[in-house]
Write a protein that binds this ligand. Structure first.
Ligand code: SF4
Length: 554
């Protein structure tokens, strides 16, 4: 296995060695790995594992995989081992990783900007059917995840994905992950600016290259010119948010340092306006700061938000300008408050060309291979063959003529893909949970789906926007901290003293221009069995006591 050089070639510029070496920052001369993850990345770049998968592991089978690749570098190509079935949540923290590993993988297909053609969707559906036991989840980062993937099938799956322009490159790992984009970029009537060219250029120039394939931690990007602020820009490491500059016209407001999980932080504005054609260079500057100055000592303190917290926005912008861009950025305005409460594009909406886009809601993002192929058929019959995924685990068919809308809606609804969903179907998200995730403590997808059904049955008249996010562990894959009702999975004792699955409740989180983290209600935990009763009580009380225009989060 080839070792990377002592000084990673991509890390520029270099500064004088400082006394302050404790955080493992390359830019202050600290290249000695301070933990096992950093050592593994130094031993061999994550991108290099592809050759071993193609030439060795897929031929010799699961047991031939080097453990450092299995639980590390394979993520650079979107592959995680999935949880062995039947291991309960109480064992998550006490078993060794190899005891939790199944011999199958989760495979994350990267869908930058959520943009898919029907041909691509059909290929994913077929791969799910042939190789993934028909599993498919639309994620809250616009990806599609498949499960039950065998290492032997990975090269063929890559061949089929890449033949239609899809990839799993850097879908996981300490890399620039999928670039979120407005799912209605280029078509929405109210769009400020279309960020698609910037997403494409960043992809072409930087994704899958060694320049940014060894970061301190993951790096999340969002680019949207929609006034609905439809990509959860507040919780990304970098976000470009569409704004109209009074002198220069449409461009993007630059945000950095957002992220949930440990020490959740809302991203901060640098006060800079970036024109469309400069977005890729500014993106490269910010991710360059992260690569060079990011903290590599502790993974729990590695995300960009920790560096930003220590530097502050003024110093961050100064270093970006002085050391990376070599020029000053233009000052610019903040985004305006969105006019609509929902940002998910569900329902029927007019496009700027007079046609329509039709957004629809599966239950908690779960679909399957045959359903993906049927969605592709419907999108082709009724539109131009363009489909989108959203950051709320939803999908959209674009380019639907007036006289095709009713038929498309009927076709989607017949697949249980709701175009006019209840607030519960629309606003509930769930992470992967104990079914497949090795970190999970409790079940999430099935419980989220049954919660939707229960609430639709119990409080059919509830008509307020509401978000209910269900996580299987203390991580933040389903964004519990910014939901109206966030449910963090944990084990607890029920009334009879039995250990059962349950959730710690966070109330009142929000995204938008008044983002907030939900408050942990002191000691409030509910067992899985009590969950529908609890949520029903909370929502019924809110409905009765709310004042006009009062939102759940306020
Ligand atoms: Fe797994 Fe936890 Fe993320 Fe859910 S929140 S997918 S259980 S790591």
């Amino acid at each position: 296995m080839a070792a990377t050089p002592e000084k990673p070639a991509a890390a520029t510029p270099r500064r004088k060695v400082s006394r302050h070496r404790g955080e493992g920052q390359w830019a202050v001369g600290h290249f000695t790995p301070l933990n096992a993850n950093e050592q593994a990345k130094k031993d061999d770049d994550g991108l290099n594992v592809r050759t071993r998968i193609e030439t060795i592991y897929s031929k010799a089978g699961f047991d031939s995989i080097d453990p450092a690749d299995l639980r590390g570098r394979m993520r650079w190509w979107g592959l995680y081992t999935q949880r062995k079935p039947g291991i309960d949540g109480g064992k998550t923290a006490i078993l060794e990783p190899e005891e939790l590993d199944d011999k199958y993988f989760m495979l994350r297909v990267r869908i930058d900007g959520g943009r898919l053609t029907t041909e691509q969707l059909r290929v994913i559906g077929q791969i799910s059917h042939e190789f993934g036991r028909d599993t498919a989840d639309i994620t809250d980062r616009q990806n599609i995840q498949l499960h039950w993937i065998r290492i032997e099938d990975v090269p063929e799956i890559w061949r089929r994905l890449e033949d239609v322009g899809l990839s799993t490159t850097e879908a996981c790992g300490d890399t620039p992950r999928v670039i979120l984009g407005s799912p209605v970029a280029g078509v929405a009537e109210n769009e400020i600016i279309d960020g698609t060219p910037a997403i494409d250029e960043i992809n072409a120039r930087f994704i899958g290259t060694k320049e940014f394939s060894n970061l301190p931690r993951k790096f999340k990007t969002a680019i949207s010119g929609s006034p609905l602020l439809d990509v959860a820009h507040e919780i990304n490491d970098i976000a470009f948010v569409g704004v109209e500059h009074p002198e220069h016209g449409p461009g993007f407001d630059l945000w950095v340092g957002g992220g949930l999980s440990t020490n959740p932080k809302i991203g901060q504005r640098l006060g800079a306006w970036v024109p469309l054609d400069e977005v890729p260079d500014v993106w490269a500057g910010v991710i360059g700061i992260f690569r060079d100055y990011g903290y590599r000592r502790l993974r729990t303190r590695a995300r960009l938000k920790f560096l930003l917290a220590d530097w502050g926005t003024e110093k961050f912008r100064q270093i970006l300008q002085d050391e990376y861009l070599k020029r000053a950025l233009v000052d610019g305005p903040a985004p305006e408050r969105p006019v609509e409460e929902w940002r998910d594009h569900v329902g029927v909406h007019r496009q700027k060309d007079g046609r329509h886009y039709v957004g629809f809601a599966p239950r908690v993002g779960r679909v399957d291979g045959p359903t993906l192929k049927k969605i592709a058929d419907l999108a082709e019959e009724h539109g131009s063959g363009r489909v989108r995924t959203t950051v709320e685990q939803k999908m959209i068919v674009l380019d639907v003529a007036d006289d095709q809308v009713d038929s498309l809606v009927a076709g989607l609804e017949s697949l249980d893909l709701r175009v006019k969903p209840s607030p519960f179907r629309r606003g509930t998200m769930a992470c992967t949970g104990i079914e497949f995730c090795k970190l999970a403590i409790v079940e999430t997808k099935a419980r989220g789906a049954s919660l939707i059904d229960e609430l639709e049955h119990r409080i059919p008249d509830f008509d307020q926007p509401i978000t209910i996010n269900v996580n299987g562990c203390p991580n933040a894959c389903a964004r519990i901290q910014v939901a109206d009702i966030g449910l963090k999975g944990q084990l607890m004792l029920d009334g009879d003293g039995n250990q059962v699955e349950g959730y710690q409740v966070h109330l009142g989180g929000a995204l938008g221009l008044e983002p907030a983290f939900g408050r942990k209600v002191r000691g409030l935990k509910v067992t899985a069995a009590e969950l529908p009763d609890y949520v029903e009580r909370v929502l019924t009380r809110f409905s009765k006591e709310r004042e006009t225009d009062e939102r759940f989060a306020t």
